[in-house]
Design a protein. Sequence first.
Length: 406
Amino acid sequence: MTDYLPREITVRLERALRQLPVVVLSGLRQTGKSTLLQKEAGLARGHAYRTLDDFATLAAAQANPESLLEGPAILDEVQRCPELLVALKRNVDEQRRPGRFILSGSANLALLGHVTETLAGRAGYFTLHPMTRREQRGTTAHEPFLVKFLRNPLLPSGKTDPVSENEVLRGGLPPACLDPAEGVAEWFRGYVQTYVERDVRQLSQITDLVAFRTLAQLASLRTGQVLVISTLARDAKLNAVTAGRYLDLLEASFLIRRLPPFLKNRSSRLVKSPKLYFTDSGLAAHMAGIDTLEPGRDDLLRGSLFETYVAQNVAALLEAHVPEAQMGYWHEQGRHEVDFVIEAGRKVIAIEVKSATRWNDNDWSGLRAFLERTPDCVAAVLAYNGKDAIKLDERLFAIPLGQLLA
């Protein structure tokens, strides 16, 4: 395994520690939360590390939660002990100094109502996404191209490598994407089993684990598609209420994200359902049973997995560098669509992802339609997997995926 590599979110976390008494870092299991908190000097300095994955520590937290709050501390997997959060609230209210506690967990604490209420006004919430392409390559020292492009839409200079099929299949979970050895499929298999048997049972009582795994697998086959719960429920042989609850659990444990529609333009035929994305392209590929992305073999899912890979990278970059930005998608019923719409202040950028190395005129139809209907759109980008960046019009760009994610 490669030595620790700096993460995009570190600067924001360190800034929050200087301002707030509690910082909450959540994310999909195995994204590297514990490694980041223990090895990043600006976070770990002066904080004792305690994980509730340790049975003795969990027992202590349940019996006497105050015993874990005697000094500045990193408290990992805190969703396993709600009692600890109640005690932490009392402790923070008595000594409201910045940087006292860092909480971490593989459940989205912001989606768990009791946690949000307990820590209201006391905590800042952050998500550690799967590793970006920049993080994997150790190139986080320079400002991301996407951030510069949001500020001033100009063509990139220089060249970069295309995104490989192997990068998409491995995704961004460190044990899968950083280890050059074989056996990634076996690692993913164990990961899914651990997730179902452990994490989900901690969040909710699920009586039929087989049905839950079936729904998760069907969701992986729909990554990058508009979510229609009734259809997903029918295919999983579940009622819509149960399917909706299972999707909520998948989202609360960071396995999926629901991307909202962008509705701020003049079209009257907009699709208003969210789009479903797996949080990690490698995990999605494994659960969908995909081990190759050769062109011509299931091109629809190939494109969706490349799109998922771009989604996880862009989400991580925005979280770390442009936290006020919002990401959505645009779909005009029966006509046009755009994969990603990024809104930052009054600026809007549209991005259409294409896994191929070339494009044709049809690939631009959605972007052109979006530009016509959205006066605030400063740039529309066809992100393709080639090597040359080209400006086709005043607001229309073709940019290689490798440069978009650099």
